[in-house]
Design a binder for this molecule. Structure first.
Ligand code: SF4
Length: 379
């Protein structure tokens, strides 16, 4: 019931705001674990930006709600030409109803190797006010093993440069369960992350995705996966350390200091509409999800000719309910008790994996270990 009231009460509020996602699919090199849509065909960058701007121009009337967040992800947006970048940000402000009250969050994902003081100052001047830095680890051997192109020292310097340029909303990404990673190595990574003075930390356990270089190396016995128990211990250690140091564990993989949640990512978990521009980018208007083709040349061709043909999925009531449960249980907000059959939650409550609080069901750290199984049982 609570979530029903919550949505009934706040849906108009949510629907009065929206976000923009911009996909920059270029990377200087491919990380060995990566199965995202990205390319190293850097010579196509300028043409891609033209196509992206064309798509924005075409679709500007699709969103009338005020835009509260812009998220530039990839790929590696930080390696884009500064002028191209400026055009993208400027066009978003011109074409969309971007809030002008100073509350706009503009996040850019950045590779540590691309961040210098001068570069960070330029991004600040363009209006970027949040950086999401893909550090992943402070262990040079592990960084090299997974194919990242930066070093631990570059990561430290990148954060320092961003801070010196005036960024006071910095997120870093960390990965755990890297090949043969020990608890000791992970403890050092967490300790270093806490030293940096950043406001937000996102963490991901490595997944050996099909078709990636790392998975082939695993299959050939060149690298060794961390066992499940160690992976769980790494997660528990992370939660314990970050929360002990004042970070709020507000989503299964995300931690924030002083309420510095990722506003953009929170809007995904809150069912807020967003428009996605670029190859492979997804959009959602509250009912329909659509996504552009994940092929650079075809995307450019279609966007320039105004013939983009995104695939679409109209969500049924049942699908939307499933998503509310899935996304809600990932957050510390949880879900309303009336969203589910309480008897199905009872065994997990008894085992301390779910808790019931103020007519809501919230997953605990223990529950996060098997969240997918819990969700499957509840829906
Ligand atoms: S930088 Fe990101 S998108 Fe690019 S290859 Fe590495 S993980 Fe993939």
């Amino acid at each position: 019931m609570y979530i029903y009231i919550f949505f009934r009460t706040f849906v108009p509020y949510f629907y009065k705001m929206a976000g923009i996602y911009i996909h920059i699919p270029f990377c200087k090199s491919r990380c060995k674990y990566c199965d995202f849509f990205s390319t190293t065909q850097l010579e196509k960058r300028a043409r891609y930006v033209e196509a992206l701007l064309e798509e924005g121009r075409m679709r500007q009337h699709e969103v009338s709600e005020p835009i509260h967040t812009i998220y530039i992800g990839g790929g590696t947006p930080s390696m884009m030409d500064r002028n191209d970048f400026f055009k993208i940000v400027q066009c978003c402000s011109e074409w969309f109803n971007v809030v002008k009250d100073g509350s706009l969050e503009i996040t850019m994902e950045a590779n540590p190797g691309d961040i210098t003081l001068e570069q960070a100052q330029a991004w600040r001047a363009m209006g970027i006010n949040r950086l999401s830095i893909g550090i992943q680890s402070f262990d040079d051997e592990l960084l090299q093993l997974i194919g990242r192109r930066h070093t631990a020292e570059q990561a430290r310097q990148a954060v320092a440069a961003a801070q010196a340029a005036g960024f006071d909303n910095i997120s870093i990404d960390l990965m755990y369960a890297l090949p043969s990673q020990t608890m000791e190595q992970w403890q050092k990574d967490v300790a270093e992350a806490l030293q940096l003075g950043v406001q937000h930390i996102s963490t991901y356990g490595l997944i050996y995705e099909e078709g990636t270089v790392l998975t082939t190396l695993l299959e050939h016995g060149v690298v060794e996966a961390v066992d499940e128990d160690t992976e769980m211990q790494m997660y528990d250690y992370l939660v314990e350390q970050l929360t002990a140091n004042g970070f709020e564990h507000y989503e299964v993989s995300n931690f924030a200091l002083n309420g510095r949640y990722s506003k953009h990512n929170s809007s995904y978990w809150n069912n807020t509409p967003y428009i996605g521009l670029g190859a492979g980018a997804h959009s959602y208007d509250g009912n329909v999800r659509q996504w552009n083709i994940s092929d650079l040349d075809t995307y450019i061709e279609q966007a320039m000719a105004h013939t983009l043909m995104p695939e679409k999925e109209i969500l049924s009531d049942e699908q939307r309910h499933t998503e509310r449960v899935m996304l809600g249980l990932r957050t510390n907000r949880g879900i309303g008790i009336d969203e589910i059959d309480r008897s199905k939650a009872q065994p997990y409550i008894a085992q301390g994996m779910l808790i019931e609080k103020d007519n809501r069901i919230v997953a605990t750290t223990k529950g996060y270990h098997i969240l997918n199984r819990i969700i499957e049982d509840l829906i």
